[in-house]
Design a protein around this ligand. Structure first.
Ligand code: PGA
Length: 258
């Protein structure tokens, strides 16, 4: 991390927890961890629990997040949720383009771009997920894949929005597999993404935008990941489902260097 960018520790619960379970967790994590001033804790429950979670996340530094949204504000889109509806609930962030959305539900860089723009247009901040699959990494294509995803998702974004953007680098081979990228492997890609932001926008945008790492983040590897200069937080699936484990992740230790 870099002390100029406020770290984000985000829980992506995917299709886990009923509304009652989510509320119980949200209360317990705030009581256990307390108010936050130098970092943000973000919780992305399923849509069905979002309103209830937003209602109980009242402690400083805790923010509700959606896992997805549609790009239109309303219309004949059966089963979809609009960014206006999420804004109304007090949602601060919306995850867009998670690899499960891309690979299971066919999302593309173009739908990710439209969703990110719609999230901004409705007063929230997108957490735009990018990352290569194992075959792409093994073929030496990581930078090409990630670079193209960044370009595709951010095309036409203006600099004021870009500096508030959150990107999440999630190598697909590390998601839910227990196989984390090493801090050095993650840092290498994060630095590349920041460089890409500088070429697409400018240095100040690149310095302000936050880039999270996701993929088998756990209590025992969060500190070493967060020591890397371009890792500004984590997007956590499995290890965010238990209070003690997510609490430890929120309480990662700042490195002494920054
Ligand atoms: P994981 O999931 O922490 O279970 O690997 C991360 C994610 O999919 O965001």
């Amino acid at each position: 991390m870099n002390s100029k960018r406020k770290p984000i520790l985000a829980a992506n619960w995917k299709m886990h927890k009923t509304a009652a379970e989510a509320v119980e967790f949200a209360r317990a994590i705030q009581e256990g961890t307390g108010p936050l001033s130098d970092r943000e804790a973000v919780i992305a429950p399923p849509f069905t629990a979002l309103q209830a979670v937003a209602g109980v996340l009242q402690t400083a530094g805790y923010f509700p997040c959606a896992q997805n949204c549609h790009w239109e504000v309303k219309g004949a889109f059966t089963g979809e949720i609009s960014p206006v509806m999420l804004g109304e609930l007090g949602c601060r962030y919306v995850i867009v383009g998670h690899s499960e959305r891309r690979h299971i539900f066919g999302e593309t860089d173009e739908t990710v771009r439209k969703k990110a723009a719609a999230v901004f247009a409705n007063g929230m901040v997108p957490i735009v997920c990018i990352g290569e699959v194992l075959a792409q990494r093994e073929a030496g294509g990581t930078f090409d894949v990630v670079g193209a995803q960044v370009d595709g998702a951010l095309k036409d974004l203006d600099a004021d929005r870009a500096r508030r953007l959150v990107l999440a680098y999630e190598p697909v081979w590390a998601i839910g597999t227990g196989r984390t990228a090493t801090p050095v492997q993650a840092q290498e890609v994060h630095a590349f993404i920041r460089q890409r932001l500088e070429s697409l926008f400018d240095k100040s945008v690149a310095n302000e935008a936050r880039i999270l790492y996701g993929g088998s983040v756990k209590p025992d590897n969060v500190d070493s990941l967060m020591e890397q200069p371009d890792i500004d937080g984590t997007l956590v699936g499995g290890a965010s489902l238990e209070v003690e484990s997510f609490k430890r992740i929120i309480e990662f230790q700042f490195s002494s260097g920054e």
